[in-house]
Design a protein around this ligand. Structure first.
Ligand SMILES: *Cc1c(COP(=O)(O)O)cnc(C)c1O
Length: 499
């Protein structure tokens, strides 16, 4: 793997001192040494930063390498007593990362990250035989969180003020900001997008014998929550152009037991809400929107999330706005709002502590998550603009290829979640994905049609040919503000080559 640096220069025996380790780092100019025992077996990794933090914490340069590795926690304890703010963080996880000689490039890339760029390659006896350095290879994951604004400041405030649990000012700020964004009266922050959907269904009274119409092509959580609420998901086909619920198929699937329709704005592409609303009104059905992938998308000037009786969002790490894990329900129905508040908090009466009106849940979000969410929402416009720019680069760069990237329907403002498109039938999708992966570019397949999977057997009254076709041909490309335009040029070149 590595050709320039003799492996001895990358290693330092654990019995030597931090000064010796620094001399090795100076020699190899990689900012890192592998600590080894007398037999050359890998023990742990030390970076120049680890040593600097130890020295700042009054650790002598004559200290043995082994002490810093083993007694990481002791050093940590001493420092907490003396200089609390400068606690050295010996990165235990980093210390442990290694791979064996002969590990595939793909696995090596997967073991590295922006923080762990160099890992030792060990022989059968655990001796350091070589090392792998990530800068020699490119890695574009499908998505990465983008913390660009006040996230750190707000989270720091939570820690400094001790408000780290589910009370605190950021929860209410986040909810208010979110409701304003959607144009709804209320928003209720919860611990993830799946429980947001579950909370909505339970609050709406969906239960045994109730049917909820769900698209066959969606992330499984949309349908799983119907089962968890005790109802039956009825899976119907999607529209070839929008990739979302086909209103004609929805109408066909309505029975006397149908209670609700769950439009999912898939990959940031809005559903035909006008037709779905007409159908819902005609049959007295409730609309619960799944907006997990489409924050900021609009239909005729109105935000997705403002159409249903209630709508749910996800703030998982790969979504448009993230709080790590997190979710939100929005609604303008005051009674439903009250019901969701009570159910989110153990079903406890709002006026009588420990009096439970119903069996509820703990679906609360923490102030820490909300702090990140508030900072993210402050940047939403820039996030969406930059995501549009990413999609434009892909559109231009892949225009004449066997990957067709769609344009939004009329009256729709679609948002870019994961830039997604359809491969021509002649393209072998699996081969494309593995070729791209070898070159460091993650390409994701579409979701499988839910009706093909065991939990949803018997939930699909009619064949769903469009869901099957889109699922077979659809792929998503790396989409993150964390990459530069140059990175995208490189990703596009790679995709072109692999096509
Ligand atoms: C991500 C997602 C969810 C679930 O959200 P989590 O926050 O991951 O629980 C639900 N539906 C769709 C369509 C999603 O993409």
């Amino acid at each position: 793997m590595n050709t320039d640096i003799p492996i001895e220069n990358m290693c330092c025996e654990v019995g030597r001192t931090l000064l010796d380790a620094l001399a090795q780092i100076d020699l190899n100019a990689k900012g890192i040494v592998f600590a080894v025992d007398e037999a050359g077996r890998f023990v742990g990794t030390l970076t120049d930063g680890d040593i600097r933090r130890a020295v700042l914490a009054r650790c002598s340069l004559d200290t043995k390498v082994t002490e810093l590795l083993d007694k990481g926690s002791d050093v940590f304890g001493q420092v907490l007593q003396s200089v609390k703010a400068r606690a050295p963080r010996v990165n235990l996880q980093q210390s442990a990362v290694s791979a064996s000689v002969g590990t595939s490039l793909e696995d090596l890339v997967a073991k590295t990250s922006d923080r762990i760029k160099i890992i030792p390659l060990l022989d059968e006896d655990g001796r350091v035989a070589d090392f792998f350095e990530r800068t020699t290879s490119f890695h574009a994951p499908i998505a990465a969180p983008e913390l660009l604004g006040n996230e750190l400041d707000y989270v720091t405030e939570c820690i400094e003020t001790n408000w780290i649990s589910s009370q605190g000012r950021f929860i209410s700020i986040f909810e208010k900001q979110f409701a304003e964004h959607c144009g709804t009266a209320h928003a209720i922050a919860v611990s993830n997008g799946t429980v947001a959907l579950h909370l909505a269904l339970v609050a709406l009274g969906i239960g045994p014998d109730d049917e909820v119409i769900v698209p066959d092509l969606t992330f499984a959580a949309s349908a799983a929550v119907v089962l968890h609420a005790g109802g039956k998901p009825v899976l119907v086909d999607v529209d070839r152009e929008s990739w979302c619920l086909d209103p004609g198929c929805v109408e066909q699937a309505i029975t006397p037991r149908t209670k609700a329709i769950m439009p999912v704005h898939l990959y940031g592409r809005p559903c035909d809400m006008e037709r779905l609303q007409q159908i819902a009104e005609a049959h007295e059905l409730i609309i619960v929107e799944d907006c997990a992938e489409a924050l900021g998308a609009q239909v005729r000037g109105a935000q997705v999330g403002s159409f249903g009786r209630t709508a749910c969002f996800s703030f998982f790490g790969n979504k448009i706005v993230t709080t790590g894990e997190g979710g939100m329900c929005v609604t303008s129905d005051p009674a439903l709002y009250e019901k969701m508040l009570v159910l989110r908090d153990h079903g406890m009466s709002k006026t009588r502590r420990y009096w439970h009106e119903c069996a509820g849940f703990n679906y609360r979000m923490t102030n820490l998550q909300a702090a990140i969410g508030v900072a993210q929402m402050e940047c939403l416009d820039s996030i969406l603009t930059y995501r549009d720019h990413i999609a434009e680069m892909y559109h231009e760069g892949l225009a004449d290829t066997d990957l067709v990237l769609p344009h939004p329907g009329s009256g729709m403002r679609e948002v870019v979640w994961l830039v997604s498109g359809m491969l021509e039938e002649s393209v072998d999708k699996d081969q494309l994905m593995s070729r791209a992966k070898e070159k460091g570019v993650d390409i994701r397949p579409f979701f499988y049609p839910l009706s093909d999977m065991p939990p949803y057997e018997g939930c699909c009254p009619r064949p769903t040919p469009v869901s099957h076709e889109l699922s077979g041909r659809g792929i998503s490309l790396p989409t993150s503000i964390a990459f530069s335009d140059d990175d995208y040029a490189r990703i596009i070149d790679t995709v072109r080559e692999c096509l």
